[in-house]
Design a protein around this ligand. Structure first.
Ligand SMILES: NC(=O)C1=CN([C@@H]2O[C@H](COP(=O)(O)OP(=O)(O)OC[C@H]3O[C@@H](n4cnc5c(N)ncnc54)[C@H](OP(=O)(O)O)[C@@H]3O)[C@@H](O)[C@H]2O)C=CC1
Ligand SMILES: O=C(O)C1=N[C@H](C(=O)O)C[C@H](O)C1
Length: 250
């Protein structure tokens, strides 16, 4: 059986360099290009890449995806910074290339995907909920894409359940003390030497709290999800948002 031809964009970065090693180690995949900033995207076409793994920066991802989609190259995207406007732009590009698949995964680790699922399921049962994400100090964006998505899912679940606004009697606060407001859910970002990628969702009701915590201790935690995405995206045309759509979570 022929191997799937895979390229990595952001190949010299923290997660990109790990992805290069993971693709090289997979028997059914062939690494045909490993590009960093300044390298020509045309190399992807010359190398015959069928799938690109996009792990760059929010400033680069849209241009890279536009090129891939125009050339019918499927993409597995871990880069953060997704807004409704950006997703709408991507939908428009994909409409002109209907056989191309793009997976955007706010987080490729199974534990993080489950954290989002569990938080969404728990949200309706608790009056209060806050998200704390903790990352290495080299991270460019805050809050993390995972925390943003988690808060959106929690907020949607609360709305669907008819939950009211969260109790909070704060009258005065220093700027930032109550975190960022994502659809009514406070999200707090910690940047600390020694950490990699961690998240806690704390839910509270009268007399009890529930804490759902996930820790990525090494970039290897993201690799099974990236490889699954690469193998599945070739037969999933259009936009898939979230790795959970490629997992059988019951
Ligand atoms: N979904 C998930 O599970 C995960 C997502 N991420 C996300 O992935 C992204 C990268 O994270 P991380 O590896 O830590 O960041 P790094 O800064 O370590 O890596 C990004 C790399 O992309 C390169 N780059 C920038 N622009 C381009 C371009 N146009 N073409 C090719 N390469 C480019 C950078 O080069 P230079 O250094 O020269 O600027 C750098 O080497 C972030 O958005 C992060 O949040 C990270 C981990 C897991
Ligand atoms: O930059 C990182 O490191 C990570 N980015 C993603 C995010 O913003 O959620 C995924 C994971 O948290 C690691």
């Amino acid at each position: 059986m022929s191997k799937l031809r895979v390229a990595v964009l952001g190949a010299r970065g923290r997660i990109g360099s790990e992805a290069v090693r993971a693709v090289e180690a997979a028997d059914d995949l062939e690494l045909v290009a490993a590009l960093g900033r300044g390298d020509k995207l045309e190399t992807l076409v010359e190398a015959g890449a069928e799938v690109v793994v996009e792990l760059t920066t929010p400033a680069s991802v849209m241009g890279n995806l536009d090129f891939c989609v125009r050339h019918g190259i499927h993409a597995v995207v871990g880069t953060t910074g997704w807004t409704d406007e950006r997703l709408a732009q991507l939908h428009t590009s994909l409409a002109a290339s209907p056989r191309t698949g793009v997976l955007i995964a706010p987080n490729f680790s199974i534990g993080a995907v489950l954290t989002m699922k569990f938080s969404e399921a728990a949200a309706r049962w608790f009056e209060s909920v806050e998200v704390i994400e903790l990352h290495h100090p080299g991270k460019a964006d805050a809050p993390s894409g995972t925390a943003h998505r988690t808060a959106q899912l929690i907020a949607a679940a609360r709305t669907a359940a008819g939950s009211g606004p969260q109790p909070d009697a704060t009258v005065t606060a220093l700027d930032g003390a109550r975190g960022a407001d994502v659809d009514g859910v406070p999200v707090h970002s910690v940047r600390l030497r020694g950490l990699l990628a961690h998240q806690e969702v704390i839910l509270g009701a009268e007399g009890e709290t529930l804490t759902i915590r996930h820790d990525s201790l090494h970039h290897s935690s993201f690799m099974p999800g990236i490889l699954l995405g690469v193998r599945r995206v070739v037969s999933a045309p259009g936009l898939t948002f979230g790795l959970e759509h490629f997992l059988d979570l019951g």
